[in-house]
Design a binder for this molecule. Sequence first.
Ligand code: BES
Ligand code: MN
Ligand code: ZN
Length: 508
Amino acid sequence: MVKNTEINLSAFSRDLKKAPSDAVVIGVGQGSDGPALLENPLTAKSAEALSESLKVLGVTGAADQLVRLPGLPETGAGVIVLAGVGKIRDGQQLSEETLRRAAGSAVRQLAGLTTVVLALPTAGVADVAAVAEGAAMGAYSFTEYRSSTDGLKEPVRNVAVFTEFAADKGLQPALTRAALIGKAVNATRSLVNQPPSHLYPESFAEAAKELSKGLPVKVTVWDEKRLEKEGFGGIMGVGKGSTRQPRLVKVEYAPTKATAKIALVGKGITFDTGGISIKPALGMGDMKSDMAGAAVVLNTVLAIAGLGLPVKATAWLCIAENMPSGAASRPADVLTMFGGKTVEVLNTDAEGRLVMADGIVAASQEFPDAIIDVATLTGAQLIALGNRTAGVMGADSVTGPLKAAADRAGELVWPMPLPEELRPSIDSQVADLANIGERHGGMMTAAVFLREFVGKGKDGEPIPWAHIDIAGPSFNNGSPYGYTHKQGTGCTVRTLLAYVEDVLAQAA
Ligand code: BES
Ligand code: MN
Ligand code: ZN
């Protein structure tokens, strides 16, 4: 399970002819006067001829457009590929995310070729890194469950970035980081794409161990007996309707020279039927992706360990399968959560917050500097922010830096408030809390519920906490675009990694 082939990333500034490839990719932007060929390694004469024929060739420069032309003697490649980067402003450089998407889109659409040169405009090492990251995320496929791969195109294996910064001393570390990010994002996607017949709590825990092999991390798995004994009532309450018993997985990276301590908690519902409050049949299969948060926090900690960052980082994977059965929780049942708070389960489909509550309490007991939880928590997230933008809620001291990190990483997140009037809506007639409340703004109601489980730090103040709802952006059931493929997207890994790097830069 989860074996993705890795991409080879390199950079060069030599003559194109000396770097033979299957295709050389050149950018085209949508300028104010129509399509514009971007800075490229062609001879001035060829570039001019190409520029003049863009319109006739039907090249618009729109994002995701890809037009293949015969190669020129100077390119050392059989094919020239014109890749649209979208709207450009005359005289302005492309943003890193524009480069990431253009590179990712080209590499994704060029599947079937082996070696590709990306000759997009780069104004520094950060731009080269963005191109490389986009390429690494574009080179992905999920074929594990095909009986034959005949006729399927394999992802591009080798990508060389053409750039004048090839010899810069920051380049190798930047390429290494890009490859690692690609690996973490693709591993997240492959976990999300797994069918629930094969990915269930026990096998997810095994996959976490497997992915951790060779890295300096410690993996601890709570099975159902230990969960029951230690009082993880949220995870057990959700999982007990399934024949596949729940798990809690803790993945710890604790280097000796750490300057910060971060806990990440992820929702790992391997399939969400809704339980007794069962979901409608239409689109229920997408609920195999309800473990995306756990896959994200797992792969983020593994990437942090792979990079050897000086931070203590712990991932808590709260894993269960939400099924209806004679053993399942009923609406009106009361659960005693880890730490002792009681919750009346008024809707068994609001299960994510129940498993996450246990995970947040467990994470709090270790007094981290901050807790960030990631969950496909609510359909209301999609109503509020759509398919592609994650919602972030919680303490300003965490949500602010998270938004900044997302901007830097090129991911879409948006801060939402936690209005006080929502809190009474989760009062229960019989227990400390109810698991549902105000329906309008339901993404925020869910976050207000989670906030009740965030513990106090050694200073007696609540531990700084943020919640990221990725219900929409974690799964693409539309067409592919940029570096984003169908199904699992691997979103939020890059934001969390950038957040940790920013925290460390502050501490240094
Ligand atoms: N896993 C779902 C949320 C979800 C919906 C994720 C669509 C991805 C796409 C979650 O467990 C759920 O069912 N939430 C309920 C909560 C409600 C009962 C308060 C919802 O959003 O309908
Ligand atoms: Mn649900
Ligand atoms: Zn769910």
